[in-house]
Design a protein around this ligand. Sequence first.
Ligand code: HEM
Length: 444
Amino acid sequence: MPPGPRLPAVVQTLLWAVAPVKFGKACMRRYGSLFTVRILGFGEVVYICAPTGIRRILRDDAGNFDAAAANESIRFVVGGYSLLMADGAAHTSRRKALTRPLHGDNVAAYVEVMVSIAEQEVRRWRAGHRVRLLGSFQRVTLEVMIRAVFGITGSARLSRLRELVPRLLDLDPVIILLPSARRDFGGFGPWAGFQRLLREVDRIIYAEIADRRAQLTADPASAGGDVLSILLGRGQDRENITDTELRDHLVTLLAVGQETTATQLAWFFERVLRAPGALQRVRAAVDGEDWKVLDAAIHEAIRTRPATLDIGRIAVRPWEYGGYLFPAGTMFAVSLGLLHSSSELHPEPEIYSIERFFPAEPPSAHFLPFGGGSHRCLGASLAMVEMRTIISTILRHVRLELAATAPERVMAKGPMLVPRRGAEVVVTENHLLSGATPAGPVRE
Ligand code: HEM
């Protein structure tokens, strides 16, 4: 195995869980872009942070690696039919089903709803008040997911999901890491509580699926452009997809798409408000609908403050790389976050600079915000359209200032790396409340 810290596994696990970015960067400085850490519950984990190694795992030698096995720890949430639980042919066919609803053309139709959801949130922000943007964006992205992406409109289901989903996704990391902690103590304890929540969320999703199936059978023309309508499809397709498959697809999208987008949006404002000149640049881009500049600003926020640090893979056969022969069963952490923080690939990596991505972009192998290969983020178009729309809507209506001069520290919250104070800002003007901005709809 490549070298790595000699600290006891329990200390390494703590550092990895509490300060993953600092720990990862310290290891990379000391051992280079290939190192081994020991994590309780996973054993030895080999970190890969160089473009060549990452490319080989995600693309060239992808058949040598299992993504599903690396995601096993969240099977109890997303279910066995989830895209995250499949590789090879099963993965290809599940992915094919989900590609159309999440395709860029289809996603453009969600923009109008996204604008109204973002405006609804902005109406809560009074001038002079402090706002923790992370909490706001968690509400907004959840709403986008259930109303626009799932197409759920019934007010009783909507309000119940608004309440339950955040609690469901705020999973106790001990339950994820230690299967032995998944025990019911006579209806008490975190596992029992989680099971109750999951049953309640499932009950709502299954009820929605049943209603939509019946509605589409009675009136096929009632199909909307949301994921559920498209997956339910027409006639034959509808009978071929089971309720469990549909449920697993929806819960997967919630699990991987909602908090990541909310966290990246929070970091975007935390970074842009702090970087000299960046806010003016972004405002001008929004006013001129110059999406290339706005995308560059979003990419730089993802590069400097990723919502998650790495993705997992397990070798299914021996694999040779960097002078080592790794046996089958080796667990790898493909660290996109550490790749993006490399000073060789991104000079002065700590500095937030939109110019890194505009007018010229870095080589694609050096920046992979949405991963690569057959498991590349299926929601990348949706995430970019959503972030663009929400940022533009906010900047058209309000003026924000930082609540504190010190940059927010990165805090691990389960698998997410969130701003410690939740990206706290002060609202200095809100034209939506004073009725001063007749902002037009945000176009893609
Ligand atoms: C800024 C926000 C987002 C970021 C940074 C992000 C990043 C990623 C990355 C790096 C992967 C690759 C995982 C791997 O290779 O194992 C991934 C996978 C995935 N993402 Fe995203 N994601 C975001 C938002 C979304 C959204 C909004 C959705 C959908 C609603 C979504 C759906 C998915 C799905 C379904 C996969 C699994 C793809 C597969 O295994 O074939 N993501 N995401």
